[in-house]
Design a protein around this ligand. Structure first.
Ligand code: IPE
Ligand code: IPE
Ligand code: MG
Length: 258
């Protein structure tokens, strides 16, 4: 039996989010430039998408570049942009063939024009993908997203489109860049750090966290399946107690209740 056979298809995480960390340390530990780590990291992305799709995960969100990452040395930022455009252009046909739908969250206005154009083309060409949605968080941070959402909500209240008293948790979710995508069930961070780094703070309110020492370029199918199996061994109580979960295991989550 291979590892995928140990995954319980009835308790799959619908949405997995990954903080892909450790590219630089992977490269340094091998005596390479940091850029080599980013290149190898792109290969790990292909493996993760293929493995997630094979396990029937519906949404995979990958943290590729944070708003804070704009503060890295200019050479590294430019290298990452070039790599992203190259990878997207190279992979679009393969993604289409494999039913992968690309979506993107983040502050696209900060991307160089050529990167934005390549990304929009890939999103358009893969929009009919039915197997898995690969959501790329690029120039993204949660605080940026929540600030933008607050502005849009305020605008709509002032325009009279939205009533202040009608603002609920669902309204806020609708104004986020992840609107329409279910919240992540499982958040994985590679590279050994145990922090959120400004990623999906609202959406991960009830996600299960899985931290691994493995550097992102070394992360493969086996690591993803180990994370899913670990997730399936946990009890998600959503504030309730164990006995209630056992009795009502097929009932809805609290946020889906009346
Ligand atoms: C993650 O790897 C990739 C990006 C943030 C773009 P890092 O580049 O952060 O790698 P480490 O953490 O320095 O090893
Ligand atoms: C988080 O990694 C961002 C991405 C993986 C894109 P960082 O390496 O930038 O995070 P910090 O700065 O160590 O928290
Ligand atoms: Mg890092």
């Amino acid at each position: 039996m291979s590892l995928i056979d140990y995954i319980d298809q009835d308790r799959l995480p619908k949405h997995i989010a990954i903080i892909m960390d450790g590219n630089g340390r992977w490269a340094t530990s091998k005596g390479f430039e940091r850029g080599e780590g980013h290149k190898e990291g792109v290969r790990a992305i292909s493996r993760a998408v293929e493995a997630a799709s094979k396990a029937s995960v519906q949404y995979l969100t990958l943290y590729a570049f944070s708003t804070e990452n704009w503060n890295r040395p200019e050479d590294e930022v430019n290298g990452l942009m070039d790599l992203m455009v190259y990878a997207i252009s190279e992979e679009t046909e393969e993604l289409k063939k494999n039913g992968v739908k690309i979506t993107c969250i983040g502050d696209m206005t900060r991307l160089p024009e050529y990167a934005r154009t390549a990304l929009i083309k890939c999103i358009r060409e893969t929009e009919t993908g039915k197997c898995i949605t690969l959501n790329i968080a690029l120039s993204y941070s949660s605080k940026w997203e929540l600030t933008e959402a607050t502005r849009k909500i305020t605008d709509d209240v002032l325009k009279g489109v939205l009533n202040k008293d009608d603002i609920s948790e669902e309204t806020i979710s609708m104004y986020l860049t992840t609107s329409g995508i279910p919240d992540p069930d499982l958040l994985i961070r590679t590279g050994g750090e145990q922090r959120m780094s400004n990623f999906l703070l609202w959406q991960c309110a009830y996600a299960e966290f899985y931290f691994t020492e493995v550097y992102w370029p070394d992360f493969g199918e086996k690591d993803l399946y180990e994370a899913i199996i670990d997730y399936q061994g946990r009890e998600r109580r959503f504030g309730k107690i164990s006995e209630q979960i056992e009795l009502n295991c097929f009932e809805s989550k609290p946020d889906e209740e009346q």
